[in-house]
Structures are given as structure tokens and as C-alpha cells.
Ligand binder design. Structure first.
Ligand code: PEP
Ligand code: MN
Length: 263
């Protein structure tokens, strides 16, 4: 079902008044994690003013250490809803389990399944029972074929609204957090009709690379980008070193406007 051979035309996913996979670039921006009402509403207003079409923000966080901040959970999701109410931006947020999916899917506009859950097949099957768009991130060490097969689990259940995300993979290189595999965008576009976006923030892990990698992603044909933005990166509860400030995000939007269509 993900295969372009049997579905030649590109899939375009509608999310409110926004689209992902159409001829307009999808721009998803916001903090790694929701931290407070002021924080998420402030960032939502800033990224909206700069031209973002979607608000990201983690409420349920898949942290490597159980002692790290785990996200504000249900309260974080409530704050995301308030930020959506304040700005009109649809919400993109991660869920980590079937029980969270069942409990919260109605509150979320685009449900993110993170890299660490890309092969959580029971979760993928449950996502296949919904009609909500699913943003499926590539696993840390997953091949393109494995990513497409994971998408297939969701599609097979009847949910055709799947967006794929290249977010960097593990290689021997340690300078960057992960290695951004831009050729994956080209490969997936050749093999599949599904929209593909790029996450330069988690790929590089370094804020100063985010603008250039975003431009590169758009230049190779990505349908959008998902970018971490924080007002005060050095005090962020999560992923501050890869988060850009709102002013820099606005500048990045201007450079993307030069190479792609954004209204
Ligand atoms: C995230 O988007 O905040 C995240 C945890 O991403 P990934 O699953 O790609 O690591
Ligand atoms: Mn993050």
C-alpha cells in the first residue's frame, strides 16, 4: 500500500486548513517538550508569526534515562490544546503507547510515533485503526525498507494518512547526534507516494546546523521539516543544544521561502 507502483500519485494529507505532501511545504515547529503555559503559547505565537503551519511539542517524552524529565504528560497535552486555541496551529505530538493512543488521539491533530517506537508493531496496528494522520519517524538504526514496512502496518489497518520522517540514523560518526540521511528522502520518494519530512534538529543535535540542513532537505524534495524552537535554549528541559530561538526560526523561514513555496 505504501508502494508507488500501485499508487503513482503523491498522497496529500489534509490537517485542518493545512496540507502535508501537497505543493506547499509543511513547516512544523515548537519545543522539544512542553514546559509551561507561557512557554508553549509564547513559542506557538512566535512560530506562527514566522509562518509555521503546525505546532510541535512533547508531552510524553521517550527519554534515554528514566531520571531525565519525562514530559508534562496529560497536563502538557492540555497546554498544547490551549496553544492551539490561541494560535489556530494544529498540534503534532508523540504518543508512546496504545493506552495513550486510545486516551488522547482525539486531542491531537497529527500523532507522532517516535524513532524508538518505529517497530512497536502493536502500536502501529492500533494507529492503523484510526483515521488521524500519523507522523512515523525512522528508527535509530532502521533501513528505508524497514521504515516503509512499518508504514505498511498502519496502512494495512486502513489508515492511509501516514507521513514519514527522516530524523538521522546511527553511524560511526559522533560529531553530530545522528547522521542525516538525505538520500533517504529521494529513495522514499521513488519507492512510495507517502509524504516525507525531515527533522534536522534530532539529526544533527546541533542548533547551528539546523538552518543549512533544512535548506538541504527542501532542496532534495522533502515535503516539509520539523524543527525544535525554544525561547531560552540553554535552559530548555530537553534538547536545548539543538533548539533554535524564534528569531533564528523566522530567518530560516525566509531562506526556505526562497527555495520552496510557503504562503
Ligand atoms: C522528538 O521529536 O522529540 C523525538 C523524541 O524524536 P525521535 O523519536 O526522532 O528521537
Ligand atoms: Mn527533542
Amino acid at each position: 500500500k505504501a508502494n508507488r507502483t500501485f499508487h503513482p500519485e503523491n498522497t496529500v494529507i489534509n490537517v485542518g486548513s493545512q496540507t502535508i505532501g501537497g505543493n506547499k511545504l509543511a513547516i512544523i515547529a515548537g519545543p522539544c517538550s512542553v514546559e509551561s503555559r507561557e512557554q508553549i503559547i509564547g513559542i506557538a505565537q512566535d512560530v506562527k508569526a514566522a509562518g509555521a503551519g503546525f505546532l510541535r511539542g512533547g508531552a510524553f517524552k521517550p527519554r534515554s534515562s528514566p531520571y531525565s524529565f519525562q514530559g508534562m504528560q496529560a497536563e502538557g497535552l492540555e497546554l498544547l490544546k490551549q496553544a492551539k486555541q490561541a494560535t489556530g496551529l494544529p498540534i503534532v505530538t508523540e504518543i508512546m503507547s496504545i493506552s495513550q493512543l486510545e486516551q488522547y488521539h482525539e486531542d491531537i491533530d497529527v500523532i507522532q510515533i517516535g524513532a524508538r517506537n518505529m517497530q512497536n508493531f502493536d502500536l502501529l496496528k492500533a494507529a492503523g485503526q484510526l483515521t488521524k494522520p500519523i507522523l512515523l519517524k525512522r528508527g535509530l538504526s532502521a533501513t528505508i525498507e524497514e521504515l516503509l514496512m512499518s508504514a505498511e502496518y498502519i496502512l494495512a489497518g486502513g489508515n492511509e494518512n501516514v507521513i514519514l520522517c527522516e530524523r538521522g540514523i546511527r553511524t560511526f560518526e559522533t560529531y553530530t547526534r545522528n547522521t542525516l540521511d538525505l538520500s533517504a528522502v529521494l529513495a522514499i520518494k521513488k519507492l512510495s507516494h507517502l509524504p516525507v519530512i525531515v527533522d534536522p534538529s534530532h539529526a544533527a543535535g546541533l542548533w547551528w546546523m539546523v538552518e543549512s540542513l533544512s535548506k538541504a532537505a527542501v532542496a532534495v524534495g522533502a515535503d516539509g521539516v520539523i524543527i525544535e524552537v525554544h525561547q531560552d535554549p540553554s535552559n530548555a528541559k530537553c534538547d536545548g543544544q539543538q533548539s533554535i530561538k524564534p528569531e533564528r526560526f523566522a530567518a530560516l523561514m525566509n531562506s526556505l521561502r526562497e527555495i520552496a513555496r510557503i504562503d
